[in-house]
Design a protein around this ligand. Structure first.
Ligand SMILES: [Zn+2]
Ligand SMILES: [Zn+2]
Length: 365
């Protein structure tokens, strides 16, 4: 089953260019290239004993967002072209962690759990249109906390004024458009903050789920807890998860196992390749070694012409799918240049629609 990739440019790059200091991006791009590794790890797929693999990793309530915040700051400090944006988003992730500490969402009823299991549907589906209205107040708390953390640029001040005055119908309409990925209805400037509030609600629910209750759903590439798209995947190290690949949900932060060398968008095992950012002028042997050793790669599929990123934790233990995906815009631009589309947008970086982009966002130094 192939889901349609999102249209247009992979990211709101023009919007970011206006709002953040990323003029260095062009210079950086002229010095890098993607390294392609076409290695099908067929043995990896066939040798797995599926009964022994933990299927689900639920988010850690006390750490999920603070780990992201720390990783975003770490990546921002490495000369990242969108460092200002990453620091702003680190403040937002800290705010999510603080809000979740005093928050409890309305859990699913026993009847709805039984119904989801019976029909092999996600346990707490984002797209059902039924959501805990507590997310409106969570959004206000997040905005307050980001505002209190430091001076904001005038565009970000204006955006927060707008977010505080949106009525419930407008907020719910944005949430519907975000979940359904109706890009022409999503406001790219406010979407990261609305998404952040919804993430607090769903992550709170996911953290309390009994993993044995999570249904086996038919669409391998969607979250079995909430039905949302994954943001990226990790080949983990340690314990029962060692050397297995997990997709991380962009909404509820649940991770679920998927064999490696398989497209998370269309389930194909054909035409899978791995791309990493490397130096353009290196010789062939160096490029091959760099590609093999890269901690972060894009996994592309020639069946559906999309990609998602994958992090190898044995090469970078601090890899965090949500943060690392957001911070690797260079790899996105290079994948775009190679003709691949993101399988789904990053939940905090929405594609800009021509002529509709809001002029209001900001940075955080
Ligand atoms: Zn989910
Ligand atoms: Zn595919």
């Amino acid at each position: 089953m192939c889901r349609a990739p999102h249209p247009g440019p992979p990211l709101l790059f023009d919007e970011l260019r206006r709002l953040f200091s990323i003029s260095a991006m062009a210079a950086q791009l002229s010095e890098v290239d993607t390294l392609v590794q076409r290695i099908l790890e067929a043995g990896d797929i066939e040798s797995l004993d599926h009964t022994a693999i933990p299927r689900i990793r639920t988010p850690e309530r006390l750490a999920v967002f603070s780990v992201r915040a720390a990783r975003l700051r770490q990546l921002a400090a490495l000369g990242n072209p969108i460092a200002g944006y990453l620091r702003l988003m680190a403040v937002l992730a800290d705010a999510q962690q603080a809000v979740m500490t005093g928050f409890k969402a309305q859990p699913p009823s026993a009847d709805s759990i039984a119904s989801a299991q019976q029909h092999s549907m996600p346990l707490i589906p984002a797209l059902s249109g039924v959501r805990d209205p507590a997310w409106h107040d969570v959004l206000l708390q997040l905005v307050d906390k980001v505002q209190a953390a430091g001076p904001l640029t005038p565009p970000l001040e204006a955006l927060f004024v707008r977010l505080r005055t949106l009525d419930i119908a407008a907020l719910e309409a944005q949430a519907d458009a975000i979940f359904a990925q109706r890009f022409d209805e999503v406001d790219p400037a406010s979407a990261p903050f609305i998404m952040a509030a919804l993430q607090v609600v769903w992550t709170d629910l996911a953290a309390d789920i009994d993993k044995r209750e999570v249904p086996y759903i038919e669409t391998l590439g969607l979250c079995p807890v909430c039905g949302s798209h994954p943001v990226a995947s990790t080949v983990r190290v340690g314990g029962a998860y060692d050397n297995y690949r997990y997709l991380q949900c962009g909404l509820c932060a649940t991770e679920w196992h998927m064999v490696r060398s398989k497209c998370s968008n269309c389930d194909s095992t054909k035409g899978i390749a791995y791309h990493a950012v490397g130096a353009q002028d290196a010789d062939e042997a160096t490029r091959e070694a760099d590609s093999r050793n890269a901690a972060l790669k894009a996994e592309s599929c020639d069946e559906c012409h999309t990609y998602r990123k994958i992090g190898i934790q044995s090469k970078d233990y601090d890899f965090e799918p949500f943060a690392d995906d957001l911070a690797s815009l260079t790899l996105d631009l290079l994948m775009g240049a190679e003709g691949y589309l993101r399988a789904s947008p990053h939940p905090w970086l929405w594609p800009e629609q021509t002529g509709t982009a809001a002029e209001s966002s900001g940075e955080f130094d």
